[in-house]
Design a protein around this ligand. Sequence first.
Ligand SMILES: NC(=O)c1ccc[n+]([C@@H]2O[C@H](COP(=O)([O-])OP(=O)(O)OC[C@H]3O[C@@H](n4cnc5c(N)ncnc54)[C@H](OP(=O)(O)O)[C@@H]3O)[C@@H](O)[C@H]2O)c1
Length: 251
Amino acid sequence: MPEVKRLLILGGTAEAAELARRAGESWAGRLEVVTSLAGRLEPRRDLAGRVRRGGFGGADGLARFLDDQSIDWLVDATHPFAEAISAHAHAACGTSGVPRLVLARPPWRRAPEDDWREADDMAGAVRILPGLGKRAFLSVGPGSARAFSQVEGVWFLVRVIEPPRHPLPLDEHTVITGHPPFTVYDERLLIAEHRIDVLVTKNSGGVATEAKLSAARGAGIPVVMVKRPPPPPGHLVDNVEAALEWLESRL
Ligand SMILES: NC(=O)c1ccc[n+]([C@@H]2O[C@H](COP(=O)([O-])OP(=O)(O)OC[C@H]3O[C@@H](n4cnc5c(N)ncnc54)[C@H](OP(=O)(O)O)[C@@H]3O)[C@@H](O)[C@H]2O)c1
């Protein structure tokens, strides 16, 4: 009987879920797949393999988890804007010697007809927004939406996956819930219905939430695009196929 190896996927993205499914199918009986989620949202029901939820307690806690659970490899497939957990994974794998791969989908690229105003971070987006519109579609997640609390004279349409636990500290706003993927048709409707004149988004990349960019392009409205933070150090791939190849070379 070959020894069963253990893979920890730091998840919370579509790519993490796809990797869990495909790695589990490819090496059934040889590889145990554990996905870790922050645990703030209800986990998707179709997640393959074992799932654990909740923080580890910083880099030290994650290093202990890697040791206690005899993890052989770690794939950091968290969202490109989830900086803390990626930094902790880098540090923890350095301490424990567990090989680590970063899986991050490619960022969106500007099309020639796009009117993008790029901001280096959320604070930069807050600074440029007031000059661009009066009715903003804020598609940055509830945590980042709070950064816009000082903005005056702009009404916000805030879309979140689950209703926020606490009211958002925004002046005039409406919260709607929705689960990706979204279609261009739906996004166009939303922009028209709420008379949106500017879209604010992180450059998350991926197909599930890309439709809002086509809809903004079609409506001729500007997009405040928050650039990604630099990726964590280490070997990085931008698709699940390449992550599977990385694993195969080690199994
Ligand atoms: N940021 C986004 O825009 C975004 C968008 C879509 C999905 N997500 C997903 O949502 C989760 C949280 O994102 P975030 O930006 O709040 O993260 P973050 O700021 O990097 O992490 C904050 C803390 O949450 C815990 N944590 C985060 N991801 C975890 C995971 N996969 N497993 C276990 N603990 C985790 C860690 O707690 P401890 O220090 O206690 O270990 C971490 O220090 C991530 O898994 C990410 O993939 C984020």
